[in-house]
Design a protein. Structure first.
Length: 477
């Protein structure tokens, strides 16, 4: 690798260079854990070679890797941590509950207590069901909708990256191995930014679509009216409208995007932020739909909804309860928005300074920033994304291509982030002239949903313009 020397006296030099312990971890982990991680988005193929393979600890808005390198963390557990790592009020609640036990033969008393508190905070939450991960509650919503409507199909935006690890979603992606064609046929997709594409689905499949499940952010960035129109189309077509607040819940606003924009969903799904890193998710919604999964209703056949040993894990509920209280009693959202504004302004200045507006696109909303990395031709380029991440990591920022704030991020943390980004953009600018070969160590990142391990082109989730070539790749390693 050619050592890049900054031409700017104020540019932050790369100072994190040792990943010896991380490299030993990388060499060992794939022989034991398929994928090297228990979440594909955390895998080695998502990060450059010069990056931490694992995190040893975190506190507030910072983390430390196996080599002792310290980073400002702006990925925050894939968005699950919004107050801060090891946030003391949450830890105190967890410790208190652990001292009283975490799992019992009957429900823990805290289950009803927090169900009431959570339902009071969520508009339209007549019923609540807890679980351990987001996929469990999105799939539960799909199952309820099918039972309630007597219809087989589920519709969701094909331009959104993830809804569930279950077959109804993964069957629509390039990584569909192991899923029968009969199951794949039960899912249909539309464009979340174009409500008319959903209208066409209802015309194409009359009286067959059980539910429309959508994540609100993509549509809202186009126009706040779009998500409301999606709901109207769903209900007009006789389908259940499911709002997936997994990413937007608590972050876009409190309690979520639905309430912020006055969107009324039949069912809503929650996860990530609501437990501040603890494994906790929830399904909320109308009583007449959710009671199909109960044991009291006698009108229709029962739905075996969510039944997990650890769904009512008491200390995770305690963490969620403490997280809810922090959002209700403190200006968490306001602080996060101020941090996003500082970061977005700094990123925009850096991009503008090098005239890279067409090559490094900064998409910011009040609560999140996404960097879209492109090459000299204007095509989305995984190698340039990997280069940007590599340079940020080398300057003490664990940056996954997007920026999320937490309540314990300080203005000093954001200043560090902005300086690191400015210096990294300078390297990015050089790569656009010279190419990435001399600047990037190892390979570029690869899409999570790819048909073969050799695929290196970033494709949309659905449809893939390179589907035929992906079926016959040169490298199937």
């Amino acid at each position: 690798m050619t050592k890049f020397t900054s031409t700017s006296a104020e540019a932050m030099p790369r100072y994190i260079t040792s990943f010896e312990a991380s490299n030993r971890y990388r060499a060992a982990v794939h022989g034991l854990i398929p994928g090297g991680a228990h979440t594909y988005s955390k895998g080695d193929d998502q990060y450059p070679a010069l990056s931490p393979a694992a995190i040893a600890r975190g506190k507030g808005g910072r983390v430390w890797d196996l080599d002792g390198n310290e980073y400002v963390d702006v990925g925050l557990g894939l968005g699950a941590v919004s107050l801060g790592h090891a946030y003391e009020p949450v830890l105190t609640a967890v410790r208190d509950q652990l001292a009283a036990g975490s799992a019992f033969q009957r429900p823990a008393a805290i289950e009803l207590e927090f169900a009431r508190e959570f339902a009071e905070a969520i508009p339209g939450a007549e019923r609540v069901k807890f679980a351990k991960n987001g996929s469990a509650v999105t799939t539960a919503a799909v199952k309820l909708a099918r039972a309630f409507t007597g219809r087989p199909l589920v519709a969701f935006p094909g331009n959104h990256p993830f809804y569930s690890y279950d077959d109804w979603f993964v069957g629509s992606t390039l990584c569909d191995s192991g899923i029968p064609d009969e199951v794949k046929a039960l899912s249909v997709v539309y464009d979340s930014t174009r409500p008319e594409s959903l209208e066409r689905l209802f015309s194409q499949y009359p009286d067959q679509i059980a539910c429309v499940i959508t994540e609100p952010e993509d549509a809202i960035l186009q126009s706040p009216d779009i998500i409301s129109e999606v709901g109207r189309i769903a209900r007009r077509g006789g389908a259940v409208f499911v709002l997936d607040e997994m990413v937007t819940g608590y972050r876009s606003d409190f309690p979520g995007a639905g309430a912020m924009y006055g969107v009324e969903a039949d069912l809503s799904t929650w996860g990530k932020t609501i437990g501040n890193g603890f494994s906790f998710a929830a399904l909320t919604g109308r009583a007449d739909i959710m009671d199909l999964g109960g044991i009291k209703q006698r009108v229709a056949p029962r739905v075996f909804l969510i039944s997990t040993t650890h769904g009512g894990e008491a200390h995770a509920i305690a963490a969620a309860r403490a997280t809810l209280y922090e959002y209700q009693s403190k200006d968490v959202v306001g602080h996060q928005r101020r941090m996003v504004k500082l970061a977005a302004d700094g990123m925009a200045r850096a991009v503008d300074a090098h005239g890279l507006e067409d090559s490094l696109r900064i998409h910011s909303s009040p609560w999140r920033i996404i960097a879209v990395c492109k090459d000299q031709s204007g095509a989305v380029a995984p190698t340039f994304r990997a280069l940007l991440i590599q340079e940020m990591v080398g300057r003490g920022v664990l940056f996954p291509g997007y920026f999320l704030p937490c309540f314990e991020h300080t203005e000093a943390d954001i200043a560090h982030f902005v300086r690191a980004f400015a210096a990294s953009v300078e390297v990015y600018s050089q790569a656009l002239k010279l190419g990435t070969d001399e600047l990037l160590v190892g390979e570029g990142s690869r899409p999570v949903f790819r048909r073969y391990n050799g695929c290196s082109v970033q494709c949309p989730t659905f449809p893939c313009p390179l589907e035929d070539s992906c079926r016959k790749p040169v490298d199937r390693s």
